[in-house]
Design a protein around this ligand. Sequence first.
Ligand SMILES: [Zn+2]
Length: 603
Amino acid sequence: MANRIPDELIDQIQKSADIVDVVGEYVQLKKQGRNHFGLCPFHGEKSPSFSVSHDKQIYHCFGCGAGGNVFSFLMQIEGLSFVEAAGSLADRLNIELPDHLHSAQPKDANSDDEKMIEAHELLKKFYHHLLVNTKEGQEALDYLTGRGFDKETIDQFEIGYSLDSWDFAAKFLTKRGYSPEMMERAGLLVKKNNSDSYLDRFRNRVMFPILDHTGRTIAFSGRVLGKEQPKFLNSPETPIFNKSKVLYNFHQARVHIRKNQQAVLFEGFADVISAVRSNVPNAIATMGTSLTDAQAKIIKRNAGDVIICYDSDSAGLEATLRASRTLAAAGCKMRVAALPHGTDPDDYIRTHGAEKFRQDVIGASITLMAFKMQMFRKGKNLHDEGQRLQYIEDIVRELSLLDNPVEIELYLKQLSEEFSLSMDVLKSRVLDQKGSRQREPKKEQAAPAPPKTETRIPQQKRLLKAFHNAERLLIAHMLRNKEIAQKVLDRVGLQFNIEEHRAIITYLYAYYEEGFEANVSSFLRRLPDHKLHQVVSDIAMLSVNEEISERELSDYIKQVLNHQNWLMIKEKESEKHDAERKKDFVKAAGIAMEIIKLKQSLK
Ligand SMILES: [Zn+2]
């Protein structure tokens, strides 16, 4: 490959990057002993089996086996090539790559994407300039100021204004070398019917840029200034804008979401901007669609708790229930921030102010179950016996879906007190419901579906045979110490019994031969077979003593070398039994002699 980044630079990147920081951007990590643990981003799990070692600069998941160094992590989680992963690390670390590498990075497949993003960035800056500095933008600026937007917010969200012109953006972009066909695919231009000319998609609108999770502009939402419809016009789905994966404001909110261990989810970006203005910085929103599984997973990677703050009309309430199911499936815990009926967060903040929003809405959020109880109560006359029974049944059904007995007890108590019912009766109703659901597992429940769990079953930590363990422990020591590797090479050569182990030590011998020092992360970089990365990271995570005694070393080596002999002995023993069953005692005696010889040869 002509565009390889020189090894010295890769070394520099590898030495400067800390895998704990890099992984920490995607996974909440907790330090436990020498390692950091968190929920694996590569498979769904509820208890952490994903570990990261600062000392060794590697990660490994004991659930799904994923593992490797800082480069493999970025490659795996962002879908990057090695060179792209190295380039992205260099960017983060402010390590200068030679110029030809920037242009030569193998972005061929994605170079259209890069161009589309560039065009969005350029337009965003220009729209912003038009809004804040020109008389053409004055009306838009007045509109925003009238809605309570201050200069700081306009700058923070890089809000802009698109001119009242049919082809301003079209000319602006073509003049800078962007092909109109590509800009049409990027959603910025639209092709005029029966003609080769292109028009601007956004005209005379207040422009809200939509950024991806790394802060690159990938789309716009434009709010109309005049009377035209639609009020909000969004970029269509494009190669760079996938609504079902993007959460508005996520790139700015991520650090606050992690710090607070909580995200506040809104329905629209206007709500998010208002919330951030009200000092709720962990605010995010979907882009006018229901929350998707992919978005819920992104949230879950960063925080376990979510407050849902949707509109309080009936569509908003329905959407709250839907989002809560999706979040539950991703393993999140939810609360609901309820607004007075018929209002949305943006309205509420403008009418009541930031302080009241933080305290009376976000601060007064209720559990999902309490929210559902309010929902079931709506429109029912609880003095009417039939409606009262219906209400109680609704709640019992919901409660039977909960796992937490304390929570169930708490709400049953409320019911029992409010309607003077006996706790025993209520409890047995919940149990009946739970039982009938187990008996009919396929029947669709009217109530929220139980969380979908990922089907991948974590590899059970197998009880390994002695020789298998011995090989793993030997490799663990060989990875840490060049001299041990040399000793094993002298005494065992390539005679490991497990095929993957044989491959690993072959690469490892070669690695040391080339003069490299012991360093797992650096070894992984030079290990071409990615299946082996998982095995190596798994072994490297074994906790072994820094030093290995000669006696320990010999023991392991014996186990490895003797395994072949033991296999042979076993085979002979069954041949011998066979011969004995057939009453061929001469043959059996001969085999017995061979067995004795084999046993003597055991080291
Ligand atoms: Zn995993």
